[in-house]
Design a protein around this ligand. Structure first.
Ligand code: 13P
Length: 281
């Protein structure tokens, strides 16, 4: 199955009423674990890395690995550049072969967010790739370095933004935040419902870690078709390694590596089941 674009995966998800997981990865073990879960469950998915994570996982190294893994997968896998901040890195991802990019202009005034996102979308289209934008502001930050306040999406602005930028996917802010929540968030389903009624493009839920299964299902029923999961993967990998050490099962490096793969695999499997995308490859 070839490396695929994000838009056909999201369109099918919208038509059939499920969500596609967009799993953040930081190394080969995470890529292997996620893809094993996808192949076992016959699920389509997206693997992604955010610009803030490139200090730990340089794009010129992790990017080709992600693209090669998607090309080798037995199920459709899109490769996405998450929370792009700079045109330079977004272009680098597209040059490497990423099939979609996000420009995160959520901190900018509306007009500037529209203008920059439209520009990035034009660049993405030159590569035959898709583009995601964000309207409103998801809380926290992708690497935990900032505690950005949540600014819930205005449904009418979301419509204006989607029409002006012609993005292929639109991230909304409905009380969700990146990183671990202190307690499960109270999502604004009313805002999601109103936004979905006004916007045709598939909606994206960031900050998936810690959202309750029933809340995920409700979001999907109201128009979310891409769900981003990052912290849960990192936590699951760490927990798997710790547990395997505690059980005395790590005798050398390759046991450690297998425990990492297992952690990413288990986390992806859990989310695939909730998102309803098993068997949709
Ligand atoms: P979490 O780290 O909360 O899962 O958020 C992931 C995300 O939205 C990446 O864009």
């Amino acid at each position: 199955m070839p490396l695929t674009k994000m838009s056909p995966l999201l369109l099918k998800a919208k038509n059939e009423g499920y969500a596609v997981g967009s799993f953040s990865v930081a190394n080969m073990e995470m890529v292997l674990g996620v893809i094993r879960a996808l192949e076992e469950t016959q699920s389509p998915a997206i693997i992604q890395i955010a610009e803030v994570r490139l200090k730990q996982s340089p794009l010129e190294l992790i990017g080709p690995l992600m693209v090669a893994a998607a090309k080798n997968a037995k199920v459709p896998v899109a490769v996405h550049f998450d929370h792009g901040k700079t045109e330079e890195k977004i272009r680098q991802a597209l040059d490497i072969g990423f099939t979609s990019v996000m420009f995160d202009g959520s901190h900018l005034p509306f007009e500037e967010n529209c203008a920059f996102t439209s520009k990035i979308n034009r660049i993405a289209k030159e590569y035959g790739a898709d583009c995601e934008g964000e309207i409103g502001c998801v809380g926290g930050s992708e690497d935990g370095s900032e505690n950005i306040a949540i600014n819930c999406t205005s449904p009418s602005q979301a419509r204006e933004f989607a029409l002006a930028t012609e993005v292929d996917a639109l991230a909304v802010a409905i009380g969700n935040a990146h990183g671990n929540y202190k307690q499960a968030p109270k999502l604004r389903f009313d805002i999601l419902d109103q936004t979905a009624a006004l916007v045709d493009v598939p909606l994206v839920l960031h900050g998936g870690t810690g959202i309750l299964p029933d809340d995920f299902r409700k979001c999907i029923s109201l128009g979310i078709h891409k769900i981003n999961i990052a912290t849960a993967t990192f936590d699951s990998v760490e927990a798997s390694v710790k547990k395997t050490y505690e059980k005395g099962e790590i005798k050398g490096y390759y046991d450690l590596q297998a425990a990492e793969v297992q952690g990413a695999y288990e986390n992806a499997l859990r989310h695939i089941e909730i998102f309803g995308c098993a068997g949709k490859a």
